[in-house]
Design a protein. Structure first.
Length: 95
């Protein structure tokens, strides 16, 4: 079963470029993963501090493997200090 993931991140105003650099690196590397069907990063038109990921994973196991990648671990370590609030993460299935 495919896993659909939406993540919403709100950067501190002074951290937009630092966060975007980390997120761009994640996009570049994640799209190479076997289990990744879709991995899109969007930035709000109304609020440049808001970033949204739309992801589709072939399986829960593929998503779990993704979360162990070094570039995701870098995200986990560095990004909390760049955000206004913790990231909002939603997992879903297609209905």
């Amino acid at each position: 079963m495919s896993i659909y993931l939406t993540a919403i991140l709100k950067s501190k105003k002074e951290s937009i470029q630092d966060l975007k650099s980390i997120l761009d690196n994640m996009v570049l590397n994640t799209r190479k993963e076997e289990a990744c069907e879709k991995y899109e990063l969007q930035q709000s038109l109304d609020d440049e501090t808001v970033f949204i990921f739309h992801e589709i994973w072939k399986s829960k196991e593929g998503l779990d493997a993704h979360n162990q990648q070094p570039y995701i671990q870098e995200f986990v370590e560095k990004v909390p200090d760049l955000l206004e609030n913790p990231a909002e993460i939603y997992l879903a299935k297609l209905v």
